[in-house]
Design a protein around this ligand. Structure first.
Ligand SMILES: O=C(O)CCC(=O)C(=O)O
Length: 199
């Protein structure tokens, strides 16, 4: 299944970045494309996120490369599916990268009550580019300072895209507040380390 994602890129950028290294654009995909992507994610065989003995409320599936939070092993996994190829190309263009740079894809479905806790992405990855579908969400950012945290919030509207690099990617943690309705996301990542090591 290929999605009709080869339309010209819309031009509405958010002028005022919430943080250095965070770029966002609304209306990156159309409502029809959003629906087709939601269906693709729902059919992709997502499973509950496992972290040691804890089972998260969100469902996930990795392609290209996966990091196993149970064993700490970072390893190749099944290739990024073809139905995501056009979106991957546009996401890469948004981030100023080549499509082949985006070697990892993580699909997430957040059912009501699911969010994601404070974290920085694994050091094996460099650029992080996310497309949001469904319920609007807030991505929270925090950075430890000598006295407490600096904090910032970025709205993630459905059909928007964000790119985390530089300071926002490496110096700030992020999290997503649990939502009351369904949200889906596709996050593409480039690899930082080669050959990838146990992270
Ligand atoms: O759902 C999203 O847009 C963010 C996911 C995220 O923070 C992550 O996978 O590390």
């Amino acid at each position: 299944m290929m999605l009709p994602l080869d339309l010209p890129l819309p031009t509405r950028h958010r002028d005022d970045p919430v943080l250095p290294g965070l770029r966002q654009q609304d209306d990156f995909i159309t409502a029809d494309e959003e629906r087709a992507l939601m269906t693709g994610i729902d059919r992709a065989g997502l499973t509950p996120f496992l972290f040691q003995r804890w089972t998260g409320k969100r469902l996930t599936k990795s392609f290209g490369w996966s990091y196993d939070f149970q064993t700490g092993v970072f390893a190749p996994t099944e290739p990024i599916p073809e139905w995501v190829t056009p979106l991957k190309a546009r996401a890469a263009r948004f981030a100023g990268l080549a499509p082949d740079d985006l070697e990892q894809l993580l699909l997430i479905r957040y059912d009501p009550g699911a969010g994601i806790g404070w974290h920085r992405d694994r050091p094996a990855f460099e650029h992080v580019i996310g497309v949001s579908l469904g319920e609007p969400a807030t991505m929270r950012f925090r950075r430890r300072m000598e006295a407490g945290f600096r904090r910032a919030n970025a709205p993630l509207l459905p059909r928007s895209i964000y790119h985390l690099s530089g300071e926002a990617r490496h110096d700030w943690e992020h999290s997503i507040v649990p939502m009351e309705a369904l949200r889906w996301s596709l996050t593409f990542r480039s690899l930082k380390l080669w050959p990838p090591e146990r992270q």
